[in-house]
Every structure is written in structure tokens, then in C-alpha cells.
Ligand binder design. Structure first.
Ligand SMILES: *Cc1c(COP(=O)(O)O)cnc(C)c1O
Length: 345
């Protein structure tokens, strides 16, 4: 059941809201004992890459698109580092409206570009970074009365709260630490709001500490100033001026959490560790939290025995180039049995 149905009594859906549904949400929460053991914590991973377009963006997009249809919008527009466009394009195709996507030229992972194109969106690559693409998409939405489905769309944040509700319901308790990558900072803000909802309703009795991880080359919430030329292998969080910066700061402050940054090298090492020691292939941005937890552990700052949930925001298959660059290559042999025996070491 998709999120609009599963959480119909908690989301702003009415009789007039179209029942858009790609069976998003209800993603697996997997316990990672090998990696958790090495870190001295009880580690859980929420596999948001299992959503229909392969990232958590679908949770918010389903409501944004349903509300756009309810309001009579005839087309969707968004700027994207990749996953928002893949998600918007998928839902636009599903409900049958045009979708215009603005991407920073050459900076989008291969799988995400393929997704936007195959779902039939009109993809426009601009000569500028994400922050500029966002400004342009805003102007286009106003000029043409298109529905803007970036995370500035308030319905995105509201429906992304479902991730926190699912974690509480699956675990039957609240984690001590919630670790999450931060780009535009909508998701960390949404999770915090979701946990707070459950606490207000008495469904949980405490709140997690919110740990937000950014890439060192795009870490405006760590340095506390906008980053004019964000650069990182984790393209989904290559953002210099986060839209929801204030909400995210509040989440971290009020929860007793922290922002921290990790290098591209640490992100790639974490991606490899997650795959080899966890059996999970997540895209680079999604691995920033694990890189951060490893860093905190090394500094003696990860509380022993804590329950930690990390959000694996997107599927590794979206960015095969980055994975192949560090994953090694197949062993090539001829077709004889002897060669095969030699290769089986
Ligand atoms: C969008 C995205 C993020 C960043 O989420 P924000 O809400 O912008 O902070 C992280 N990882 C992946 C895979 C994403 O697609």
C-alpha cells in the first residue's frame, strides 16, 4: 500500500485528492550486525532505494503530485541533482501529465538521467549548478503556472515524515541516533518533524539525536556559510545553499545532534564497506552517514551500544560509474576448465 493510503489519516488527503500510488514507502529496515558489531552499536539501515524510482524522493513526490492534480496543474517542473527528476518523471508518467526537468549539465549520475528520459520527461541540461537550476525552475513555474515539485513544495516535506513513522512502527521504539545525508536539508527536517508528531501523540516517549552528514566539498551546514562551488562525488548532496537550512539547524540543535562532514574518499570507502560487509548497494550520497559513523567511532564519540538508524536514501544502481571505478573488474579467462580452476581462488 502506498504512503497516501497507509497514512491517509495523518496526511492532508481529502475526498478530492487523487489516489496516486506507485506503492512507494513501507521500505525495509535491515539490521546490519557485521558493520554494527565493528562500530559497537545496534545498526539499522532503512533501504529507501527500494522505492519505485529508487530513492526516498518518491515519498514526498506522491503527495506533491496528488496535490498538484487536485489543484488543476497541467504540468510539473523541477530542478534536480538527479533523484527528484527521476521521481517527478515517474509520477508524471503514471498520472499522465508533462514533466520538465532542469539538471546541472554533466553532473547527474547516469542511472538518474536514464530514468528521467525513459519516463518521458523533457530534460533540460543547464550550464550552471543545482542552486542556479532551482532559481530557474522557480521562475519557470511562476511564468507558466506549472506545479513546482522541488522540496520547496511543502507537501514533499509533509509526506517525507512517513519515513520516521515507519521506523517507529517497525522498531517498536525510537532509535537513539538517526543518521542521514544532508543536501537541501528537507529530509532531515521531515524526519525530525515525523518523530515529533509521534512523540506529541504519545506513540513514542523519547526522540532520537539527529546526526546530519554532508560531503566536505559541499558542507554549508558544517561551515555555517553558503558554499558557492559545491563539489563532491556524492552528486545527490552537491548543494551549496540548502533550502531547508533553518529547519535542519533546529532539528540538530533541539535533538542534541550534530552536523559533520566526510571526505569523498571516506564516502567511497563506506560505500564499499556497506556492500561488502552488509550486502547493500547504496549510491554515494547515501553512504555519507556510514562514513560519518565510522569517523565518530574512530574519534571515540559514538556511544557504545546505541541504537542507530541510518537512512540509505538512494539505490547504488543509479550511479554505476562511481561504483565501477572502485569495485575492481571481472577476471578474464578463456573457455577451458583449467583456466577456471586457476581463477577460483
Ligand atoms: C535528495 C537526496 C539526498 C538529500 O536529501 P535532502 O532532503 O536534499 O537533504 C540524499 N541522498 C539522496 C540519494 C538523494 O536523492
Amino acid at each position: 500500500m502506498g504512503v497516501l493510503k497507509r497514512y491517509c489519516d495523518r496526511l492532508p488527503v481529502t475526498d478530492k485528492t487523487p489516489a496516486v500510488n506507485l506503492e512507494e514507502g513501507s521500505t525495509p529496515l535491515v539490521r546490519l550486525d557485521r558493520i554494527g558489531g565493528a562500530l559497537g552499536v545496534e545498526l539499522w539501515a532503512k533501504l529507501e532505494g527500494c522505492n519505485p524510482s529508487g530513492s526516498f524522493k518518491d515519498r514526498g513526490m506522491v503527495l506533491a503530485v496528488a496535490k498538484a492534480l487536485e489543484d488543476g496543474a497541467r504540468a510539473l517542473v523541477c530542478a534536480s541533482t538527479g533523484n527528484t527528476s527521476a521521481s517527478a518523471a515517474a509520477y508524471a508518467a503514471h498520472v499522465g501529465v508533462p514533466c520538465y526537468v532542469l539538471l546541472p549539465s554533466g553532473k547527474v549520475a547516469l542511472g538518474k538521467l536514464a530514468q528521467a528520459l525513459i519516463y518521458g520527461a523533457k530534460v533540460i541540461a543547464i550550464d550552471g549548478n543545482f542552486d542556479r537550476a532551482l532559481e530557474m525552475a522557480r521562475e519557470a513555474a511562476a511564468a507558466r503556472s506549472f506545479a513546482m515539485v522541488n522540496s520547496v513544495n511543502p507537501y514533499r516535506l509533509i509526506a517525507q515524515k512517513t519515513g520516521a513513522w515507519e521506523i517507529c512502527e517497525s522498531l517498536g521504539r525510537v532509535p537513539d541516533i538517526h543518521a542521514i545525508p544532508v543536501g537541501n536539508a528537507c529530509n532531515i527536517s521531515a524526519y525530525w518533524a515525523g518523530y515529533r508528531d509521534f512523540r506529541e501523540q504519545g506513540r513514542i516517549s523519547s526522540l532520537p539525536r539527529m546526526f546530519g552528514f554532508q560531503a566536505e566539498g559541499a558542507a554549508p551546514l558544517v561551515t555555517n556559510e553558503p558554499c558557492p562551488n559545491p563539489e563532491t562525488v556524492a552528486t545527490a548532496i552537491r548543494i551549496g545553499n540548502p533550502v531547508s537550512a533553518d529547519l535542519a539547524r533546529e532539528a540538530v540543535r533541539d535533538s542534541g545532534g550534530e552536523f559533520n562532514s566526510v571526505t569523498d574518499d571516506e564516502i567511497l570507502k563506506a560505500q564499499l564497506a556497506l556492500a561488502k560487509d552488509g550486502g547493500i548497494f547504496a549510491e554515494p550520497a547515501s553512504c555519507a552517514p556510514l562514513a560519518g559513523l565510522i569517523k565518530l567511532k574512530a574519534a571515540g564519540r559514538l556511544p557504545e551500544g546505541a541504537t542507530v538508524v541510518m537512512i540509505l536514501t538512494g539505490n547504488g544502481l543509479k550511479d554505476p560509474d562511481t561504483a565501477l571505478a572502485q569495485a575492481g573488474r571481472p577476471v578474464k579467462i578463456g573457455s577451458s576448465f583449467d583456466e577456471l580452476m586457476e581463477a577460483l581462488v
